[in-house]
Design a binder for this molecule. Structure first.
Ligand code: SF4
Length: 322
């Protein structure tokens, strides 16, 4: 790679929901002392999780591993109602870091269920957000992962059917599956706006703009991160070679051979420090310049939960954690 240029996608990296979730854990540690328990990885990023472990967070999957009276944070992906109930029964001091855009889907599902709706959820089986959303109800929600699944589901009725989606899907794939749902169930109720969140949409749009301008797209993100995986797929679908890496160490020099323009982006859970380290590594390997492409400026910010806001009794001081 001689004298290559790096093109940075915009926007990239942290979204408002991830920012908020990390801040909730940091503030809980500052206010209540270590350790703070977190159900599931707060966001799907190895660096973020390891950093919070060092600061005093303990990540668990099973609430039985949390001692009585402890402070517990739910991850940004949300939790099923059963987990909420169990946490309450065990008497934990709970802070909910579920992204407000995921909570919005939970509220909608509960509201429509009361009106008698059944649901078709478009999402990835086993992803914690899907488990959380499906777990808002005791039944009546059918998961489809791909177009072929649409023929396999058997709702009890078709008069009141509604579609919900995971927030971090491929916008194009979700549209294709939605169209198949609509073809089989013409009366289906679709969300007023796609449940796919602004951050997922904007990062995919930025990769669509970036990909035709470069020879290679590098996505910074952890393997478990749904939205990061989708960014790599978007680039590949446009015919651009693309790889996802968790850190600069995973960058393979042979990917760069003969490449004059390297595109770089990051999933919504990947911190900027990882992008800066990848840029450093690319410079060591011969990149000579960095240019940020034009893109949407994001101004979304979500409020913190009660009890952790600045100005709450016992104001939280984070200076020793950063
Ligand atoms: S990717 Fe979207 S839904 Fe997920 S935390 Fe970020 S803003 Fe919320």
């Amino acid at each position: 790679m001689a004298e290559a240029e790096i093109l940075l996608a915009a926007p990239r990296g942290f979204c408002a929901g991830v920012d908020r979730a990390i801040e909730i854990v940091e503030r809980a540690i500052a206010k209540f002392g270590r350790p703070i328990y977190v159900r599931h990885e707060i966001v799907h990023n190895t660096y973020v999780v390891n950093d919070l472990k060092e600061k005093g967070a303990i990540f668990i999957e099973d609430l039985a591993d949390v001692p009585p009276g402890a402070t517990l944070v739910f991850s940004a992906h949300g939790v099923p109602k059963s987990v909420e109930r169990e946490a309450e029964a065990r008497g934990f001091n709970v802070f909910d870091a579920t992204c407000p855009l995921v909570s919005k889907v939970h509220v909608e599902v509960a509201k429509l269920r009361k009106e008698g709706y059944e649901f078709i959820m478009i999402g990835h089986k086993g992803h914690p957000e899907v488990e959380g959303t499906m777990g808002q109800l005791d039944g009546g929600i059918h998961l489809v992962e791909e177009v072929a699944d649409v023929q396999r589901i058997h709702p009890e009725q078709t008069e009141k059917l509604a579609v919900v989606t995971q927030t971090t899907l491929s916008v194009d794939d979700a549209a294709e599956i939605s169209a198949a749902v609509k073809a089989r169930f013409p009366n289906v109720r679709e969300p007023k706006q796609q449940d796919i969140c602004y951050a997922t949409q904007n990062r995919q749009d930025a990769v669509k703009f970036l990909s035709p301008q470069v020879d290679l797209v590098i996505v910074v993100g952890s393997p478990t991160s749904s939205n990061s995986n989708r960014l790599r797929e978007v680039a590949r679908k446009l015919g651009t070679e693309s790889y996802m890496i968790d850190s600069a160490d995973e960058l393979k020099p042979e990917w760069l051979e003969g490449k004059a323009r390297i595109g770089l982006t990051a999933g919504a859970s990947a911190p900027d420090i990882l992008v800066r380290r990848v840029i450093e590594r690319l410079r060591e390997l011969g990149a000579v310049s960095v240019r940020t492409l034009d893109g949407i400026e994001e101004t979304v910010k979500f409020p913190l939960p009660k009890g952790l806001k600045l100005g709450d009794a016992g104001e939280v001081n984070l200076s020793h954690l950063r």
